[in-house]
Design a protein around this ligand. Structure first.
Ligand SMILES: Nc1ncnc2c1ncn2[C@@H]1O[C@H](COP(=O)(O)OP(=O)(O)OP(=O)(O)O)[C@@H](O)[C@H]1O
Ligand SMILES: [Mg+2]
Length: 113
């Protein structure tokens, strides 16, 4: 199992969600976050010379998947979020040791799917 964490532009959330659903990925968690990448939030927002980092509004998606869904999930996020401009976002793929469905006590691949 893997936990896919993606940080995307907030205005791409709808497109990413549509691409995920089209790929049959329907379980996800989304949060409003702030962050910055290699431009330290400045080139992206055109606020002048950076004196310190500038945290910009982003959306973070968390999606736990079985192994066969890792590539479809990553591909869907890219399809929905990529503009080719700086600040399009980043995807982190983490090993996920366990998942438990609270209602049933199911664990592992049964609980995720
Ligand atoms: N190494 C990192 N660790 C944690 N969060 C990161 C990291 N890189 C990017 N992020 C998060 O992802 C968001 C989007 O990053 P961004 O797309 O600007 O990455 P980048 O490396 O600067 O690439 P680009 O040059 O295309 O902008 C950041 O605002 C931050 O929240
Ligand atoms: Mg950047």
């Amino acid at each position: 199992m893997k936990l896919i964490i993606a940080v995307i532009q907030p205005d791409k959330l709808f497109d990413v969600k549509e691409a995920l659903v089209a790929a049959n990925i329907t379980k996800m968690t989304a949060s409003n976050v702030i962050g910055c990448g290699q431009q330290m939030g400045y080139t992206e927002s055109y606020r002048g010379v950076p004196a310190e980092i500038n945290l910009l509004k982003k959306v973070e998606l968390r999606i736990a998947v079985n192994e066969e869904f890792v590539k479809p999930t990553v591909d869907a996020i890219i399809k929905g979020a990529r503009t080719g401009k700086i600040g399009d976002g980043k995807i982190f793929v983490l090993d996920l040791p366990e998942c438990i469905r609270i209602r049933t006590g199911e664990t592992g691949v049964q609980a995720i799917g």
